[in-house]
Ligand binder design. Sequence first.
Ligand SMILES: NC(=O)c1ccc[n+]([C@@H]2O[C@H](COP(=O)([O-])OP(=O)(O)OC[C@H]3O[C@@H](n4cnc5c(N)ncnc54)[C@H](O)[C@@H]3O)[C@@H](O)[C@H]2O)c1
Length: 357
Amino acid sequence: MRFLITGGAGFIGSAVCRRLAGDPANFVVNLDKLTYAGNLASLRSVDNLPNYAFVQADICDGETVSAAMRNYDIDIVMHLAAESHVDRSIDGPGAFIQTNIVGTFQMLNAARGYFESLTGEKRDRFRFHHISTDEVFGDLPFDSGIFTEETPYQPSSPYSASKASSDHLVRAWHETYGLPVVLSNCSNNYGPFHFPEKLIPLVILNALDERELPVYGKGENVRDWLYVDDHAAALQLVATKGVAGESYNIGGNAERRNIDVVSGICAILDKKRPRANGASYADLIRMVTDRPGHDRRYAIDASKIRRDLGWTPSQTFETGLEATIDWYLNNEWWWGPIRKEQGYERLGSLKASGPAK
Ligand SMILES: NC(=O)c1ccc[n+]([C@@H]2O[C@H](COP(=O)([O-])OP(=O)(O)OC[C@H]3O[C@@H](n4cnc5c(N)ncnc54)[C@H](O)[C@@H]3O)[C@@H](O)[C@H]2O)c1
């Protein structure tokens, strides 16, 4: 199979590229603009392989996207490129509208033109896989409810609204133009190569630096966590075996309150890298003013992908979190330069957060 991965220099996209390019039977083209979130260092293990190519381009540039599909004779497009940080979408929604909505429109247009040029088996094989989030479904109460593929969309943030818009466009291109699309909506990912503005890497690295560990509100918001390599495995199944027109929810059945995630990281670090003063890293936790429009809880029912495509995650939250912490302890070559350049704040939340009242 010949894959075009957009956003392949990002957190999840790089896991997908590493997984697919690890099999010599695949050819992988990574198309990425290299925004602040894109990092070619995440692809160090594959960038010399003969079955991997990199194209630096903006998905809003339809001509270049079309040329990549044609020139590399693509079978499957996996569209991950996006602006992905909710806090940044609150401070500056424009880039989210541009990349996540207009960019997806350009991707769909290019894919439609390319698909219409295909014949025979090549045409039967073609898929446009749109990678989306559970945040499109909106807010769940703390004590009940779970997102299925039929849950109505009710996004709360500029980020989730932009992803919801792009999901609707993808379905419309299927219904209107017959483009063979598949969609997947996944819960929060964590794992190696995660940009240190997101909760788990931010907390690990702030702790190692003896800095405050910011937690929104009372820390009661619940997210359903999935190890990134388990997501990459699920995405490969959806892209290659998913039924055209269908969507698949992906989640690790690992609901945790934010405060418990942060406390869990502190407990593991207390054992693996005790503080010089003998205190617990938990003493560094600081509650900060809640994010506006902060959804209380997300929870995914992943029974469809388990049943129809035979996917099961390999990590529990506990094993995945320990593996993630080990990775950050051993890979300063990757995160050190980013921390130096970006600073130590939870980036993009500067207007939204402050000391807890
Ligand atoms: N991170 C999560 O927990 C999560 C969960 C569910 C779904 N998703 C979705 O998965 C996808 C990937 O998320 P991520 O966390 O890896 O994001 P990321 O921010 O780590 O990476 C995004 C990548 O897209 C690239 N990019 C951004 N704008 C671009 C443009 N205009 N043209 C080309 N490339 C561009 C960036 O350079 C970067 O490499 C997104 O679509 C996101 O909505 C993420």
